[in-house]
Design a protein around this ligand. Structure first.
Ligand code: SF4
Length: 262
């Protein structure tokens, strides 16, 4: 078993493992079996919006992520999120690519297991100084809050978003409340959250909000790895964030808004 972070980084660089399992057990949302996997630990990601960050994937262990998507069983990892394809939503994650690839590697035993391949006590050190994304796919609150505490405790910064903010208030410390409407934003603020709100170009920005600086409307000035604003109430940044629906799923967001306005 690997007992310290330096040896784990060496093992990751040698490709002995592709990443580490942070949690394996029941979903806090519905009890179905899920796993939380962290990868890009020694290298960072190439995502053009986030920059170099450790990525984490929250997926069901008992079925392919695309099957979970098609059947609605992705509720175990995404909750009742309005963006889910099962709700004809506007999720931007390409599950057929990165998520399917992570699931395949999980099935091949490519991720180090806590208590078997590595000692969980190293987790804080393993991510010391890292930029850490909670939930590159899946909602962080699908896993117990305790599963994230050690990995983010020494990280330089973290980015996380949860649509489960009504149900799991502890996550306000490390995640933004994902808000799909102005009403969500107002409700989440009343519960003490910092918010990340998706909006239409015609929706006003609130006085306490700023446009995401990586967005087109703010001039695409930076990436998450430099900005580091979306880290919940423990982040240095205190403003709430808003972004205009964009990319291939923007039209779906417009349709969602039309549906709830009808
Ligand atoms: S506000 Fe900053 S951290 Fe949040 S999504 Fe935009 S660039 Fe990333």
């Amino acid at each position: 078993m690997i007992r310290n972070a330096q040896d784990m980084v060496k093992a990751l660089k040698r490709s002995t493992f592709s990443g580490v399992i942070l949690y394996e057990g029941p979903s806090m949302i519905d009890g179905a079996p899920i796993v939380v996997i962290a990868n890009r630990i020694a290298t960072g990601s190439n995502n053009e919006k986030t920059g170099a960050m450790v990525q984490t994937f929250i997926i069901r262990t008992d079925m392919h992520p695309l099957d979970a998507l098609k059947t609605g069983a992705d509720e175990s990892v995404c909750g009742s999120c309005n963006a889910r394809p099962a709700k004809d939503g506007f999720c931007y994650v390409n599950v057929g690519q990165s998520v399917a690839s992570v699931y395949g590697a999980y099935q091949r035993g490519r991720y180090a297991r806590p208590g078997i391949d590595y000692d969980r006590a190293m987790l804080a050190d393993l991510f010391e100084g890292a930029l850490f994304r909670l939930g590159s796919y899946g909602d962080p609150a699908a896993a117990p809050f305790e599963a994230w505490e050690a990995p983010v405790s020494k990280a330089k910064a973290r980015n996380g978003y949860t649509h489960q903010w009504r149900r799991f208030p502890a996550f306000a410390a490390i995640c933004m409340a994902s808000c799909d409407t102005e009403a969500d934003h107002i409700e989440a603020k009343a519960q003490g959250w910092r918010t990340f709100r998706i909006r239409l170009a015609s929706d006003p920005i609130h006085p306490r909000e700023i446009a995401c600086p990586a967005s087109k409307e703010a001039g695409a000035k930076t990436v998450c790895a430099s900005c580091r604003a979306c880290g919940g109430t423990r982040a240095k940044a205190k403003a709430d964030i808003a972004i205009i629906a964009h990319g291939p799923t923007a039209r779906r967001y417009e349709l969602f808004r039309a549906r709830i306005a009808a």
